[in-house]
Write a protein that binds this ligand. Sequence first.
Ligand code: 6AU
Length: 262
Amino acid sequence: RAICWSLENRKLLLSKNPLNKHIIEIMMSKQTNLCVAADLTKTSEIIELVQKIHSFICALKLHIDIIEDFSWDFITSLQTLAQEHKFVLFEDRKFADIGKTMELQLNKGIYKISSWANMVTVHSVAGDATISTFREVVENQNTAMEGCLLIAELSTEGALTRDFYPKETVEFAKKYPNFVGGFICQKRCHDDPSFLYWTPGVNQEQRGDGAGQQWRSIQQAVTQDKNDIIIVGRAITSAQDVKAEAERYATAGWSSLISRSD
Ligand code: 6AU
């Protein structure tokens, strides 16, 4: 039987995974498949950004270690905004070490990521034992963590995430369907509609940043490459009118997603 990729049809399947259940409900109620990458270095800049764009996002992606004035008040403010305006907090930490180190990096240090992030990114390069460590962290009650995304494919020129790599990454994810919500990929890397496919490398105007990043249009990312959620950073955060640009990306992203039949 042909797989039906419409969100309506996938909702039940996606809801088996706690992270995807949370995300799909937000996506459908706010009608957005936009995740904004808030790669800003001051907490006030991030809060100001969120105040402008909250209606248009399903997830806010952070790199907590680039922030120069980190504080717990900042985390509390973000959590309040996330609760009120319905989006998930996504720490793009790209864990890639042995399980024990990953556990410490999730739970300890300055940022105590597992206490506030609903989701994180994990590289598959260290093998699937790291993912089983992740499961233990998620199962701990004192955590905000609902699941993770595995990095199947990077957007940069010359990335080594090619050949067998995305396929083997998918094999790991299949072992932990309750904790792995999906993938960071360039092209949909698996034919299973119970995962979500998140893609960075999206910019409607520019094709590269001169430092290895490769951008393509929303149409390419969603319609041709068949990803579900677009991750957009500088195209929105550096725009003159951030709010209008977030709305433009969200509208174009959503219409590409819902008009896709496969
Ligand atoms: O739109 P940009 O290029 O300003 O930002 C893209 C964001 C950045 C990267 O750290 C991240 O997406 N990213 C990732 C993620 C999400 O894991 C993987 C990747 O292959 N490429 C990429 O740009 O915050």
